[in-house]
Design a protein around this ligand. Structure first.
Ligand SMILES: CC(=O)N[C@H]1[C@@H](OP(=O)(O)OP(=O)(O)OC[C@H]2O[C@@H](n3ccc(=O)[nH]c3=O)[C@H](O)[C@@H]2O)O[C@H](CO)[C@@H](O)[C@@H]1O[C@H](C)C(=O)N[C@@H](C)C(=O)N[C@H](CCC(=O)O)C(=O)O
Ligand SMILES: Nc1ncnc2c1ncn2[C@@H]1O[C@H](COP(=O)(O)OP(=O)(O)OP(=O)(O)O)[C@@H](O)[C@H]1O
Ligand SMILES: N[C@H](CCC[C@H](N)C(=O)O)C(=O)O
Ligand SMILES: [Mg+2]
Length: 483
């Protein structure tokens, strides 16, 4: 990457104007000539690392407005330092795929981003998705994982670097997941968006946002601030929060595309389960379309419509987009069928009350016998969702087994007790492998087992240490043992 003048990166006058050779908010990544961005965070204050950054050769430091003068020879202050960081990183790295779209919502982001990528690829476009599963590029049927799973929305510097690498690799279309943390922390402020979408808003992350209003405000910022005026907001009209998102979008000068059963622009007229998935009858501004979606569950139909809406809003032909839906596959770990055993067995990533309710309702029609769920709740995350998830599992499953799901720094037994407050009759088996084995051992003909919460994840985080663990492998092994 070539060097860029500081004044060009920040688009403002500076007292001295060195050539900048890198942009980072992590002092450990500072090299000679870097711009170090000192961000006050939740675990640390980046300003404490200014001496380290300078000793590693930082040419300039960007910091919040209230930072005392004199902490660095060349200190530039900003009233919104996280946004300034994202814009500087964007200017530094330059290129981005010409068509970038973003999706926010409590649940469904990963699925929508993966569907957009697949729709574009089916239309002959070199596409990519960026989110919880990492960065995945796709050309025709060939997919390539470019980064491993990490944050849902990457750090602003990482995002800018990855977008430039994608553009240089010939990717023209990118679908990004915009998490509420990511939007709030301005991680995506440097991305120029063609369209943005909203799936739903239900409880999660109140440990970070405090209350639902603040959580909603973070998500609204995607439409109010990040999507340029005149572009289209693709909104799930079946969400209770639709009106709030539609009003904010209109106030922000955006077009609104309502999708779903109550959607006016891409409306779901009829949905019928068939053995291959579901048959959807759609009305797109007066035109009828019949689509065989090869995925089960009302929620996947909803996600598919949001993805189709995004691709249409970003310029593709509606009939071609809807046709492409007939070939899509589900994202890894989202209602993923694991074969073997006497009934049906699934791994799913439901880790919120609404996600769990949605997946249990989607699977109920598959169970001629009992619906058995293995689930838990993550440590160092919204504690309020624990009893709610317990209550839902107790009400909607025939057998609920409460187990561990990334306790992180918390006492796993305490988390399980908080979950069980909502389902006192549930079984409790802390060891996730043993819980999965118990579920498959009790399986009889017609029963359905779902192991929820970890989806694609490859580890169990206990006391800060990640132990290798994969639900799909564990479930397959348990089914094999029972065979
Ligand atoms: C709460 C939260 O979002 N934290 C993220 C945030 O941390 P932070 O800004 O609070 O940073 P901090 O650790 O306090 O450090 C402050 C600053 O000092 C810097 N530092 C720190 C140490 C050092 O030696 N040198 C140094 O320069 C750090 O780089 C940082 O800029 O920015 C960091 C850098 O990008 C992230 O790694 C970190 O993610 C933590 C690990 C995390 O767990 N985040 C989760 C909650 C998250 O973001 N999840 C969302 C939503 C998931 C969903 O879809 O449901 C996601 O987008 O993944
Ligand atoms: N539209 C939806 N409505 C309700 N629940 C959904 C919906 N889509 C997916 N889910 C449930 O949420 C789980 C996670 O889905 P997905 O990974 O697509 O969401 P996400 O928004 O990317 O999650 P994260 O916040 O972890 O990034 C799924 O496994 C499923 O149980
Ligand atoms: N993006 C979500 C994922 C949660 C997955 C679940 N397995 C957990 O650890 O709580 C979060 O960071 O809150
Ligand atoms: Mg995701």
């Amino acid at each position: 990457m070539s060097a860029v003048r500081l004044s060009d990166l920040l688009r403002r006058d500076v007292s001295t104007d060195p050539m900048i050779t890198g942009v980072t908010a992590d002092s450990r990544k500072v090299g000679a000539g870097s711009l170090f961005v000192a961000l006050p965070g939740t675990a640390a204050d980046g300003r404490a690392f200014i001496p380290q950054a300078l000793s590693q050769g930082a040419a300039a430091v960007l910091a919040p407005q209230d930072t005392p003068e004199g902490l660095a020879p060349l200190l530039v202050r900003s009233g919104d330092v996280r946004r300034a960081y994202a814009l500087a990183a964007r200017s530094f790295y330059g290129a981005q795929p010409a068509t970038c779209v973003a999706v926010t919502g409590t649940n469904g982001k990963t699925s929508v981003a993966a569907f957009c990528r697949q729709i574009w690829a089916a239309l002959g476009i070199k596409a990519a998705s960026m989110g919880t599963l990492g960065v995945v590029a796709q050309s025709g049927a060939r997919t390539e994982a470019l980064t491993p799973p990490g944050l849902t929305s990457p750090d602003a510097g990482d995002a800018a670097r990855l977008l430039a690498a994608l553009a240089e690799g010939g990717v023209t279309h990118l679908a990004l997941e915009a998490s509420s943390h990511g939007i709030d922390q301005r991680r995506l402020d440097g991305v120029t968006l063609k369209a943005a979408a909203f799936t739903n808003l239900t409880q999660d992350h109140l440990d970070y946002h405090g209350d639902m209003e603040a959580y909603r405000a973070a998500k609204l910022r995607l439409f109010e601030t990040l999507l340029p005026r005149g572009r289209t907001a693709v909104l799930n009209a079946d969400s209770d929060a639709y009106n709030a998102f539609a009003a904010a979008s209109i106030m922000s000068g955006l077009g609104v595309m309502g999708v779903g059963e109550r959607g006016r622009d891409l409306s779901l007229i009829e949905r019928r389960a068939v053995p291959e998935g579901q048959r959807l009858i759609l009305d797109v501004r007066g035109d009828r379309h019949d689509v065989l979606l090869p995925l089960a569950g009302a929620f996947q139909a909803s996600n598919a419509l949001v993805a189709a809406g995004l691709c249409i809003a970003a310029g593709e032909d509606a009939a071609k987009v809807l046709h492409a839906l007939e070939k899509i596959t589900g994202a890894a770990g989202r209602l993923q069928r694991v074969s073997g055993g006497r009934g049906e067995a699934y791994v799913d990533y439901a880790h919120t009350p609404d996600g769990l309710e949605t997946v249990l309702k989607a699977l109920r029609p598959h169970a001629t016998g009992r619906l058995i769920v293995v689930f838990g709740a993550g440590g160092d995350r919204d504690k309020g969702k624990r009893p709610l998830m317990g209550e839902i599992a107790g009400r909607l499953a025939d057998v609920a087994i409460v187990t561990d799901d990334n306790p992180r720094s918390e006492d796993p037994a305490v988390i399980r007790a908080e979950v069980r407050a909502g389902c006192p009759n549930a079984l409790e088996i802390g060891d996730r492998r043993a819980a999965i084995r118990e579920a498959t051992a009790m399986m009889r003909d017609g029963d359905v087992v779902v192991v929820a919460g970890k989806g694609h994840e490859q580890g169990q985080i206990v006391a800060g240490v990640t132990h290798p663990f994969d639900d799909a492998t564990e479930l397959a092994e348990a089914l094999r043992l029972d065979a």
